[in-house]
Design a binder for this molecule. Structure first.
Ligand SMILES: *[C@@H]1O[C@H](CO)[C@@H](O)[C@H](O)[C@H]1NC(C)=O
Ligand SMILES: *[C@@H]1O[C@H](CO)[C@@H](O)[C@H](O)[C@H]1NC(C)=O
Length: 572
């Protein structure tokens, strides 16, 4: 029974190892201390708070941000069309061999020719088809594993960090050039493997900007549904750049992933804000006019989320009709905005291509390429928006200005821009220096630099933070962003905080699961050897009551077998 003892020793190592590594993989946000930043300052308290949420039923709601956005960048699901020689899996040379050997296509070969052709096909089958097919199967397995790896990130973080909303910032699939069937199939994988349990933002929810703000949703209402909804952003690999973006591509994106342009408005429930002092409310009800007025003047804290397809902001575009749609949407967003002076308002833009900045600030520098002779010579590729389009964001959507004499002193609206595209991720502060003379223009600095230089506190410097979320693909460490947004009663304004949480490469996922599989296999083999009923060899053995008991007390029995090899041989 040497073999059984080898299995047993292997299990002694494999079981604890599998257990440890699986625990690590399935609890990785815990080990990496991931948590949504808490409104109260020390970052460690955020993690402890999340831990408390999972261990105790009580939680301190003032320490939890009311808006917690799980942000994921560029999953880029690949599929068969990204596998070279995918047709090798159908073994074309084997079909050819059959045709040539059986003369199926009616050619008249003499026996020697027939043999030569058939052998030739057979060699091609063995040395060409089979290796290629194995590679195709390996790639397909790789894609399946990758789906589950990405799904693991989503599910584990969703469970541990408890977001209120989820967004995927574009490039949901890996290519805009795939045919409709392939697109549908990847869409199926997106919803059934990667984001299983997630749902599309329906057309009814994805509202168009309107003057009267009647679609405002109370933050926290319908919380279960919002937790499941995935706010999908359209990326260049989903619908194409301005050049190759077509009605058909847009239509299938909308069908599978949701609309590309819409806005969502939330407001904080009145009285949920902690500083609304209860004793004050009593005086309000008691009819103390001066107090009541002071209370009512406070505007309701509002959050506006703009989901924007910025793929065709720059020109030339292949479809001017679609470009007009984007422009119209953007104009609507701008014209239906609150006054820049309205406090307690926050604008969150979710889009794909990052804003313009000089080279060297992020990994991707400015880059444009155009089609030549097709698609109306439209944009073929771009790393950033043009400087003009970026200025449109800052001065249009956010109402910022280099001129301090405009309403709100040019400080515009509070907010942040989140996007993807640059897989490496980036964190940038776009600013304009009102005191710089004579020329004022938009500049960008890394957020670290801006923060240490305290640019946002500097008088006359107006700016906005842009966070490019690092890709969730394994090659980029399986990253996810955690954005917390809360209302600060002291400043009467919104504040946000953003942190990253990484799982590590996809290899970790593979290793752990393969190890688990091996452990399981070894366990089964071991159980098979130990539990399989043995032939009763003598009357003494036959007297033993039940096989089951043999199984449960197998440890001492094996030892006995080891001591006397003959007994082991017999039972084998
Ligand atoms: C609430 O208001 C009462 C009376 O105005 C005051 O004494 C108390 O300190 C306030 N509490 C808070 C938390 O602001
Ligand atoms: C803004 O301009 C002023 C005056 O030129 C200069 O002193 C200041 O350093 C500038 N600030 C930034 C952040 O560039």
């Amino acid at each position: 029974m040497f073999f059984v003892s080898v299995l047993r020793y292997a299990l002694c190592i494999l079981v604890p190892l599998s257990f440890l590594l699986s625990s690590y993989l399935y609890l990785y946000p815990v080990f990496h201390l991931c948590a949504f930043p808490a409104p109260e300052d020390p970052p460690k308290s955020a993690f402890l708070n999340t831990l408390r949420q999972h261990t105790l039923s009580s939680q301190n709601s003032s320490k939890i941000a009311p808006f917690r956005l799980l942000t994921l960048g560029d999953p880029q699901l690949e599929g068969d069309s990204s596998i070279p020689d995918a047709e090798a899996a159908t073994f074309p040379n084997f079909s050819k061999f059959r045709r040539d050997a059986l003369l199926l296509d009616g050619t008249k070969h003499n026996p020697l020719q027939r043999l030569r052709h058939s052998l030739h096909d057979l060699i091609d089958f063995l040395l060409d088809d089979i290796p290629k097919a194995l590679e195709v199967y390996r790639k397909r397995l790789d894609h399946i594993g990758n789906d589950y790896y990405l799904g693991h990130i989503y599910r584990t973080l969703h469970w541990w960090t408890d977001p209120t909303h989820v967004t995927v910032l574009g490039d949901l699939v890996g290519s805009q050039w795939i045919d409709d069937d392939e697109f549908e199939h990847r869409g199926w994988r997106y919803w059934n493997r990667v984001f299983r349990g997630g749902i599309r933002v329906s057309e009814e929810v994805a509202s168009q900007p309107a003057e009267d703000f009647q679609d405002t949703i109370i933050l926290g209402d319908d919380a279960e549904a919002w937790k499941k909804r995935i706010i999908n952003v359209a990326g260049n690999h989903d619908i194409g750049y301005a050049g190759d973006l077509s009605q058909e591509r847009m239509a299938r994106f909308t069908r599978v992933f949701g609309k590309a342009n819409y806005e969502l408005r939330f407001q904080l429930p009145v009285n949920s804000t902690p500083a609304t002092n209860t004793s004050r409310k009593v005086t309000l009800e008691g009819g103390d006019d001066s107090e009541a007025d002071g209370e009512e003047e406070k505007p309701v804290p509002e959050l506006r989320i703009v989901v924007l397809n910025d793929m065709n902001l720059d020109t030339p575009a292949g479809s001017t009709e679609l470009q007009d749609e984007t422009y119209n949407f953007l104009n609507q967003i701008i014209t239906t905005s609150h006054d820049v002076t309205r406090p307690a308002h926050f604008t969150l833009v979710l889009t794909h291509i990052p804003m313009y900045k000089k080279g060297g600030i992020c990994v991707d520098g400015p880059f444009f390429d155009f089609f030549d002779g097709e698609f109306s010579d439209g944009v073929k590729e771009q790393n950033h928006l043009s400087a003009d389009a970026s200025k449109g964001f800052l001065e249009g959507i956010y109402g910022m200005s280099g001129d301090s004499w405009v309403p709100g002193h040019g400080f515009g609206r509070n907010g942040v821009v989140l996007n993807g595209h640059d897989h490496e991720g980036c964190d940038v502060y776009h600013y304009i220096n009102q005191s710089a003379t004579p020329e004022r223009y938009w500049q960008a600095a890394s957020w670290a630099e801006a923060e240490s230089g305290r640019y946002d506190d500097e008088a006359g410097v107006v700016g906005l933070r842009e966070i490019t979320v690092r890709s969730m693909m394994g090659d980029f460490g399986g990253n996810a962003g955690l954005l917390s947004l809360w209302f600060d009663e002291e400043t009467r304004d919104w504040r946000f905080e953003f942190v990253n949480c990484k799982l590590g490469t996809q290899h970790i996922w593979w290793v752990v699961h393969i190890l688990d599989l091996i452990t399981f296999g070894v366990g089964i083999a071991y159980a098979g050897f130990v539990l399989v009923p043995k032939e009763p060899k003598s009357n003494e053995h036959a007297k033993r009551p039940e096989k089951k008991e043999n199984g449960t007390v197998h440890m001492p029995k094996i030892d006995g077998n080891l001591d006397s090899p003959r007994a082991g041989k017999k039972s084998f």
